[in-house]
Ligand binder design. Sequence first.
Ligand SMILES: Cc1cc2nc3c(=O)[nH]c(=O)nc-3n(C[C@H](O)[C@H](O)[C@H](O)COP(=O)(O)OP(=O)(O)OC[C@H]3O[C@@H](n4cnc5c(N)ncnc54)[C@H](O)[C@@H]3O)c2cc1C
Ligand SMILES: Cc1cc2nc3c(=O)[nH]c(=O)nc-3n(C[C@H](O)[C@H](O)[C@H](O)COP(=O)(O)O)c2cc1C
Length: 499
Amino acid sequence: MEISCGHGHLFHQFLSPWANRRDDEYGGDWDRRTRIVTELVAALRDACGAGFIIGLKLPGDDGIPGSIGPAEAAIIGDLVTRARNVDYVSFAGGAHARTLEMHTPDRHGPPMPYMHFIRELRHHLNDVPLMALGRITDPAEADGILARGEASLIALGRPLVADPAWPNKAAAGRTWDIRYCLSCNTCWGAIVMMRVPIACVNNPRVSRPDEVDYWPEPLPEADRQRVVVVGAGLAGMEAAWVAAARGHDVTVFGASDMPGGKALLREKLPGGETVSSIYDYQAVAAKRAGAVLKLGRNANAQDIIALQPGTVILATGSTMIPPDWLPDDIRAEGWVPDLRTAMPEVLRHPGQQDGTAVLYDTDHTEATYACAEALRARFARVVIVTPRDTIATDVQMVTRQGILRRMAEQRIEIATLCEPRWSDACAEGRLELVNMYTGNVTVIDDLALLTYATPRAPDDSLTAPLEAAGIRVIPVGDARAPQEMLFATASGHAAGETV
Ligand SMILES: Cc1cc2nc3c(=O)[nH]c(=O)nc-3n(C[C@H](O)[C@H](O)[C@H](O)COP(=O)(O)OP(=O)(O)OC[C@H]3O[C@@H](n4cnc5c(N)ncnc54)[C@H](O)[C@@H]3O)c2cc1C
Ligand SMILES: Cc1cc2nc3c(=O)[nH]c(=O)nc-3n(C[C@H](O)[C@H](O)[C@H](O)COP(=O)(O)O)c2cc1C
């Protein structure tokens, strides 16, 4: 049993001098603020006996001025372990306040972000074992902590959601076979914000009885068929390896030279590094399962029909819909590109540029703000323009908090409740922004880049000719309903499982 005294939960509130303003025997000084925890541990120990494992998760640094930093955590650690009736202690960051995003540290920060205070706090625990916690995603990181003596135990939260066989695979030397945690906090968003069962971008089988070290059972010979997957993004690759592992004869057409689709671009943006662990796993699994990858091949209907597939899994992605304020002729000329088209060009030019980059945003998913950060590294000024009253409305709270922090720190400006108004002056770098309610105009007069992130439409033009040829078509990922990576891997996995 681990008693959670961190993250701003009830016991943390008792421990914190900022939150605890009581003047009875549970507030006032450190002895009294820690009393609820020491009494609780003593009562549990009495009730459960010496052999029962009791751990304590304590706040190590909650990031709130006047509350608990590493110095205060050392005092608490000492007081709650003096009776030596807990079996281990761990320390966490963040609280239910403006530092909530620290409590499940995401991919925009460094790996193992708590280690700097954890390794100091081990000296204040009266020899009670310390369990290291916080974005330890790789067995090599865990081994390093133990080898250096920085902790006696390793805690894994999200990495076990992504791959519950993580410890077994690590022990067996199968680290190449681990589905690594992206630290994207999709799991947290699912259960805490959306109130749906836990979900994981890199584990489409999460919480199913057979999720541990899952590999599909092969079908009887008679049930196997030829399956063509069109598109080697996350949805197509997930469908491909699952279908091939079940015994189907699978061919994948991918327009790019590498599998990954749009995730390849995400990987190059701030906070994107971990995304590669999805398509890396898929590529290894597809090879192991015997799927044939035809990469660098933009397949047309004839290419596909020629293979005489029983089923086509259509994983061709989606395209952003140009905003209404952009005239048709300007859309056609292409010098106001959508964000997905713009970013590869922007990333190719690492130098600084004068002028303002304007990003029109009705997408409101995390990727848009990763792009804004990449733009800010290159342009003197970046303005996100949105007709909504805030940004990141489609991002769950713990991630949104980090986005808002980075936008503020990087001085990325946010113009809410307005839309660009197109005019010939845009060609000279003058862009008018019109308030949705008042019609009031503000002007950007040094426009250097105008791009947009908008809702997307599925790229499903192959469906009609394939169905006309009598072929069953299963759309997956963005080609079925443009959403995010979670839906791409989940729908691809489901198609591979049912075909
Ligand atoms: C810049 C950016 C950042 C993003 N960041 C995030 C994020 O942080 N989190 C998140 O959850 N989601 C993010 N998304 C959304 C997410 O990437 C997509 O929802 C997901 O990758 C869709 O996967 P998919 O396999 O359905 O489609 P895609 O990744 O679009 O893959 C489709 C592939 O099919 C290929 N193709 C198309 N037609 C053919 C054909 N005829 N023959 C052969 N190949 C073909 C395309 O070239 C493409 O490679 C981001 C998207 C972008 C563009
Ligand atoms: C979906 C989810 C739910 C969590 N729920 C709790 C909780 O109820 N109590 C708690 O102390 N920590 C909770 N945490 C935090 C984790 O226990 C852990 O401290 C944090 O995820 C950092 O460890 P990790 O990087 O190994 O995931 C939760 C984390 C996630 C991702």
